[in-house]
Design a protein around this ligand. Structure first.
Ligand SMILES: C[S@@+](CC[C@H](N)C(=O)[O-])C[C@H]1O[C@@H](n2cnc3c(N)ncnc32)[C@H](O)[C@@H]1O
Length: 401
């Protein structure tokens, strides 16, 4: 592989925004990809994947390059040199890469490969916490799986098409896909491609959604005609799926505390042809109280650490702080206690997170059930990336008596 100067400079600019300006990796990559209309798909792939790779392996590369918390441009170049060296890429004679200690880099890589928190690039405190919660054996396998690049999984929008028809249509655009066992409407893209440019996407025939994430809406057991509340709907990944499962019949109320996210949800709903969604911003406790005892089904896709989706958002490793975890656990319990009241007697509730930590998952449900005798536990799923091959998720189904 030959390194191209303008692509590498773009990666360095991106890393500067992520490491020094606190910007989110996905947003930065989106911005970088708009930089030069002449870039072909290989160039775009290089910029996106190199940026994500270095974010994912930030600690490992920084330790190899002997850099501590200072991510000056000079140090970002040293980190880049580690990335390139470990991939066996021949370094060009650019001044920024002069004097790269190639042999020392390889030696330090071997040395650090024996220390999990460095090898897997994870902060000390987070490594310790995950060992305490999951045990050494499970965590070692899990962090290894979470450091891999996620595949692209599509969810067929059954309001518009079937999985079979979608597969045939995508093949005409040279996007080969395969079915995913245990995930009724999922298609796996065999080769990574910019699928958003595709007319099938623009016409709302599919959404990009991890296969385990697709299990959450199914787990809620909705039926056409029901009154359903998606209490933490965000930009609507699960709401769109719920609307499809309800066949556009009945009433789906999508709530969130952020209006901007719900605006995006509405835009996506139009593209998907989902007509039974009503959005409401939670701007006071009244919004929830008005719905007490009203819903056949409530989904609480709670805010969480996001530790199950590190494959997609590797920068979460560096953004999550111990204080945030304490805060988010309190929010989760508070939301469960208050929003569960929207479920009507005989109705069902799903509590879900994209975290793998028991303290955000089964322990929250257990605590909730201790003080809410009118709810019974039906079943739960604890999905790990290491055993499922998809994102880490938790979901619990509860029923109100
Ligand atoms: C895991 S995300 C939801 C993802 C979304 N359900 C999807 O499938 O695309 C959690 C959401 O909860 C929202 N949130 C945070 N605090 C909340 C609260 N107190 N009540 C309702 N929603 C809240 C966040 O804005 C965020 O959109």
């Amino acid at each position: 592989m030959r390194l191209h100067r303008n692509l590498v400079f773009s990666v360095i600019d991106g890393l500067n925004l992520i490491f020094n300006e606190g910007e989110y990796a996905d947003k930065v990559v989106q911005k970088l990809l708009k930089r030069d209309a002449r870039w072909g798909s290989r160039d775009r792939k290089f910029v996106a994947e190199t940026t994500y790779d270095i974010v994912r392996w930030k600690r490992l590369y920084a330790e190899i390059a002997d850099i501590n918390e200072n991510y000056s441009r000079e140090n970002l170049w040293r980190i880049f040199a580690v990335w390139a060296t470990l991939r066996g890429i021949e370094l060009p004679d650019w001044s920024q890469l002069e004097g790269t200690p190639t042999r020392r880099i390889k030696g330090r890589f071997d040395e650090f490969s024996k220390i999990r928190k460095i090898k897997e690039s994870i902060p000390d405190w987070l490594d310790e916490l995950c060992v305490a919660e999951l045990g050494e054996k499970v965590w070692s396998k899990e962090i290894n799986a979470l450091n891999k690049q996620a595949e692209v999984i599509l969810r067929t929008n059954t309001l518009r098409t079937t999985k079979e028809k979608l597969q045939a249509l995508l093949a005409t655009f040279d996007n080969e896909t395969e079915f995913v066992k245990g995930h009724p409407v999922a298609l796996r893209l065999k080769e990574r491609a910019n699928i958003f440019r595709n007319d099938a996407f623009k016409n709302g025939l599919f959404e990009v959604q991890d296969a385990n994430s697709q299990l959450v809406s199914e787990f809620l057991d909705v039926k056409p005609g029901m009154k359903v509340v998606d209490a933490c709907a965000g930009a609507g990944g699960k709401s769109l799926h719920l609307a499809a499962l309800m066949e556009n019949k009945g009433n789906l109320i999508s709530l969130d505390i952020y209006e901007a996210k719900l605006r995006e949800l509405k835009r996506r709903a139009r593209r998907n042809g989902a007509h039974n969604i009503e959005t409401r911003v939670i701007d006071s406790t009244k919004v929830i109280k008005k719905l007490y005892d009203m819903a056949d089904r409530v989904l609480i896709d709670a805010p969480c650490s996001g530790l199950g989706v590190l494959r997609r958002n590797p920068d979460a490793k560096w953004k999550i702080q111990p204080g945030f975890l304490d805060k988010v656990r309190k929010t989760q319990q508070d939301i469960l206690q208050r929003y569960s009241k929207m479920v009507k007697p005989g109705g069902k509730l799903v509590y879900a997170t994209c975290s793998i930590l028991p303290s955000e998952n089964q322990e929250q449900v257990k605590k909730f059930l201790e003080t809410n005798e009118d709810f019974t536990f039906v079943e739960d799923k604890k999905l790990l990336a290491s055993t499922s091959g998809f994102d880490g998720f938790y979901m619990a189904l509860l029923e109100r008596k």
